[in-house]
Write a protein that binds this ligand. Structure first.
Ligand code: NAD
Ligand code: TDX
Length: 342
């Protein structure tokens, strides 16, 4: 198989959780690639997440992926785009879906049009949530053949963006690949998300909050393993193909919360049960056989307890990164509780 080795890539959403971890991974592992980050720095983006990266390895452009002229200019002299930028939080999509349509659907359309015009290779970052959910007692897992059945406004806009990418490949020949990954954890994740919300709650003296019966299952992967998988697909994946990314990390939410509480020296019943998320997906589970067999990818961070411990340490040591947004994040959740999540 011929390897595609880009020299200049645009990373959209590179100041967000997974995007910034990907940029750090690139800087550490791919010395010949220059990265241009395009990020609007919404509430979810943080320039500090890219601190310490030198100018000769990365340029930072603050801008919107819906800005046609800006995207056109940036795409005129790069080889590839890795597209992470999105509105990414399910609870926010339930409260206010419009920004999800704009960024996730229209934004992806704008990028695809520029990729078509300039012949830029396109790797689209998507989610396992496009496949809907599985029952707890279902032995099956999602594969690349599973039909799309998204449940939330967020996942339906991600599904829409995947379909646009497929259409732009088939109709216009855009050289595209897609990956659908399971739940990521690790450093620099916004504190609205499950794991960092509970860690930072404990650090602030707030009781962790568990939705519904706590039995919902998520398939956890360390964000560095996501990065190495994306690079494998971008450079060695087959054009027009979808690859699922996952690391066999299925765990119920209550088990994850117990692990956080234990890891932080708290009693395992020191949390609150709260109202369930409307339409809450029951279980996600990824079968990543295609990625492993075809591209030889393997995750490195297979010890969840160890990965969680280093994530807890990161939030303890980097209070300056998250403390300023804690009140606003919890105020948003308080409003959600009052509205009954609708
Ligand atoms: P995030 O919310 O932490 O980061 C999103 C980034 O995109 C932010 O830096 C934000 O400023 C930027 N952004 C948002 N709208 C923009 C716009 N219009 N123009 C330019 N930049 C914009 O998200 P994340 O958790 O890092 O997720 C990144 C990608 O990975 C998303 O596409 C998401 O769907 C996908 N994904 C996430 C997970 C997960 O567990 N978090 C799992 C699978 C797939
Ligand atoms: O306070 C909470 N309590 C709780 O029980 C929060 C914030 C969440 N939860 C539950 C809901 C989910 O079952 O924890 C689980 C994980 O929740 P999130 O962190 O919101 O993630 P999820 O909805 O599973 O979606 C994530 O993975 C797929 C990302 O946010 C998406 O961007 C990605 O596509």
């Amino acid at each position: 198989m011929r390897e595609f080795l880009p020299k200049n890539i645009v990373v959209t959403g590179g100041a967000g959780f997974i995007g910034s971890n990907f940029v750090h991974w690139m800087v550490d592992n791919q010395p010949d690639v220059h990265v241009t980050v395009l990020d609007a720095l919404t509430y979810a983006g943080n320039r500090e997440s890219l601190a310490g990266i030198s100018d000769d390895r990365m340029s930072f452009v603050r801008g919107d992926i819906c800005d046609v002229d800006l995207v056109d200019r940036l795409f005129s002299d790069v080889d590839a785009v890795v597209h992470f930028a999105a509105e990414s939080h399910n609870d926010n999509s339930i409260a206010d879906p419009e920004p999800f349509l704009r960024t996730n659907v229209r934004g992806t359309f704008v990028l695809l049009e520029a990729a078509r015009k300039h012949g830029v290779r396109f790797h689209h970052i998507s989610t396992d949530e496009v496949y809907g959910d599985l029952a707890l007692d279902d032995p099956s897992r999602f594969t690349e053949e599973t039909p799309y059945r998204p449940s939330s406004p967020y996942s339906s806009t991600k599904a829409s963006s995947d379909l646009l990418v497929r259409a732009w490949h088939r109709t216009y020949g855009v050289e595209a690949t897609i990956s659908n990954c399971s739940n990521n954890y690790g450093p620099r994740q916004h504190i609205e998300k499950f794991i960092p919300r509970q860690i930072t709650n404990i650090l602030c003296g707030i009781r962790p909050k568990l939705y519904g019966d706590g039995l919902n299952v998520r398939d956890w992967i360390h964000t560095e393993d996501h990065s190495s998988a994306v690079w494998a697909i971008l450079t060695r994946g087959r054009i027009g193909e979808t690859y699922l990314i996952g690391a066999d990390g299925e765990r119920s939410n209550v088990d994850v919360l117990h692990a956080i509480l234990k890891g932080m020296g708290r009693s395992t019943d020191d949390f609150d049960w709260v109202r369930d998320r409307p339409g809450h997906d029951r279980r996600y589970a990824i079968d990543a056989s295609k990625l492993r067999a075809e591209l030889g990818w393997e995750p490195v961070h297979t010890d969840f307890t160890k990965g969680l411990a280093s994530t807890i340490e990161w939030y303890k040591e980097n209070g300056g990164w998250w403390r300023g947004s804690k009140d606003a994040t919890e105020a948003k959740y308080a409003k959600q509780e009052q509205r009954g999540n609708q």
